[in-house]
Write a protein that binds this ligand. Structure first.
Ligand code: 13P
Length: 238
């Protein structure tokens, strides 16, 4: 399966960052990475200014969230059709940082269905917190979260396993934990859906993580802000 390397910039970025996809392409030229898909998910304000730069660099643009309706009185929201008009191909959904702000599995599944319907690809995030991990119920928790977050979808999406305790902490899940979780996920979603790992992925640990069975790519937060680091992570995909 083609590996997918996704950078989630979260709430980081300013106009000078619009050139970053071009910098990435200079470090890791597109002719050398025909075997990979690279996606950058900047804050939505930067999306329109990045469209042409990303196209030229053979990098796809993702959004970090969307609404499940097309338009209306939803202050502060952005619809999938709007994202599509600006060249967006992927939408991260159900990130734990959004779930912590109250987003439910039901909302994630409505959004995911809408994104697929518009021929974009949702990257649906799941993952347990430290308490669940310590209780020994991580596999069960994530299984249930997947079932309700992708309810109504059988294909056309990407799943990202991001243990909450590994996000932004510098603590990565062990290779054995990643392997076990990804086998568990594969059993639920079948052979055709890509599964990414996310949580403190960096240029040092990327090679080992990307070699784990059923890891089809990575979802990178902090390290995706530095194009040298992000390119080294992409190169680690082989
Ligand atoms: P870090 O790579 O900064 O841990 O963030 C992971 C993440 O949340 C990506 O969506």
């Amino acid at each position: 399966m083609r590996k997918l390397i996704v950078g989630n910039w979260k709430m980081n970025g300013k106009p000078s960052c619009l050139a970053k996809p071009q910098n990435f392409d200079e470090i890791y030229p597109s002719q050398d990475r025909g075997h990979l898909d690279i996606v950058i998910c900047p804050p939505s304000l930067l999306i329109s200014g990045m469209e042409d730069i990303c196209t030229n660099a053979n990098i796809q643009i993702g959004a970090q969230n969307c609404h499940y309706l097309d338009k209306g009185a939803y202050t502060g929201e952005i619809s999938v059709t709007m994202l599509k008009d600006f060249g967006v191909k992927f939408v991260i959904l159900g990130h734990s940082e959004r779930r912590a702000m109250g987003e439910t599995d039901k909302e994630v599944s409505l959004k995911a269905i809408k994104v697929v319907k518009e021929n974009l690809t949702p990257i649906v995030c799941v993952g347990e917190n430290l308490e669940v991990r310590k209780s020994g119920h991580a596999l069960k928790f994530v299984s249930e979260q997947i079932k309700s977050s992708i309810a109504g979808l059988s294909k056309g999406y990407v799943l990202a396993y991001e243990p909450i305790w590994a996000i932004g902490t510098g603590v990565t899940a062990s290779i054995d934990d990643i392997r076990k979780m990804h086998i568990n996920i594969r059993e639920i979603i079948g052979p055709d859906v890509k599964v990414l790992y996310g949580g403190s992925v960096n240029k040092k640990n990327a090679t080992e993580i990307l070699q784990v069975e059923n890891v089809n790519g990575v979802l990178v937060g902090g390290a995706s802000l530095d194009m040298i680091d992000f390119a080294l992570i992409a190169k680690a995909a082989g």
